[in-house]
Ligand binder design. Structure first.
Ligand code: DGL
Length: 273
């Protein structure tokens, strides 16, 4: 079992932020990634649809024999909250590890949360932060256009479209004087440099992909499911739409070639074996 892969899914490219960190923390683990690029974005869909998509995505990963599932998606983690009870393997979403990191990072108790509309409307991060420390103040803003920017490869911090969109969404939070910002959608760390440039050094950015990867590593260790192999782990990527666009942005973001290991699948036909 410990040699089986870790399964990670997201609506598209965002979950790669968790993959990148997981490779750093656990270089010997095999990874199966699924990006539901045909149905992205999830963040403006109904609760019922998001839950159905999440169940299909997890079923696909289970069909690959994964030993753990990570929903590297703020939207799924916020809305499909019962998914963990439906799975036969350990599971984590992104909300708990990310909220915890933000609570530890803030010095003045003013935390911003950005995510998709579904995530912000669910209040998931805000509730978790206030559960951990009711004294803190939380400001929320949904930034749905960030997902489209990333999915369409508009990721350079020098790109005027990226800079303008960042400024438009984040000006109110900057004015509120936050010192910590949760990138509550896993797509957002891909444009973190543009966000950091705008907010300045005094604001700590909390990367949901990174925090979740660290948390998942700790869970695997606790469950004695770490791969003992000394070989470098293999990553396989699956997408539900064309592989070319995914490949291009994935390679820029991961800094490695993913060419031959990306395949197309239809999550609606995924069967659990
Ligand atoms: N990356 C996802 C998230 O963390 C989903 C973005 C979307 O599909 O709207 O919320």
């Amino acid at each position: 079992m410990s040699e089986n892969a870790i399964g990670i899914f997201d609506s598209g490219l965002g979950g790669l932020t968790a993959v990148k960190e997981l490779i750093k923390v656990l270089p010997h683990e095999n990874i199966v990634y699924f990006g539901d690029t045909a149905r992205v974005p999830y963040g403006n869909k109904s609760k019922k649809t998001i839950i159905r998509y999440a169940q299909q995505d997890a079923s696909f990963l289970l069909s690959k024999g994964v030993k753990m599932i990570i929903a590297a998606c703020g939207t799924v983690s916020s809305v499909a909250v019962n998914l963990r009870n439906e799975l036969p393997v350990p599971y984590t979403g992104v909300v708990l590890p990310t909220a915890r990191a933000a609570v530890n990072a803030t010095r003045i108790g003013r935390i911003g949360v950005i995510g998709t509309s579904a995530t912000v409307n669910s209040g998931s991060y805000k509730n978790e932060i206030l559960r951990l420390n009711p004294e803190l103040t939380v400001f929320q803003q949904d930034c749905p256009l960030f997902v489209s920017l990333v999915e369409n490869s508009f990721i350079s911090p020098e790109d005027p479209i990226v800079r303008l969109t960042v400024e438009r969404y984040l000006a109110p939070m900057k004015q509120e004087g936050i010192d910590t910002l949760i990138l509550g959608c896993t797509h957002f760390p891909i444009i973190a440099r543009a966000i950091a440039d705008y907010l300045g050094d005094q604001v700590t950015l909390i990367d949901s992909g990174r925090e979740t990867a660290l948390y998942a590593a700790a869970l695997l260790q606790a469950d004695k499911l770490l791969n003992n192999s000394t070989e470098a782990g293999q990553c396989r990527y699956y997408v539900s739409d064309t592989v070319e666009d995914f490949r291009r942005t994935a390679e820029i973001f991961l800094g490695t070639t993913v060419g031959s290991v990306v395949s197309h699948i239809n999550p609606e036909q995924a069967m659990v074996h």
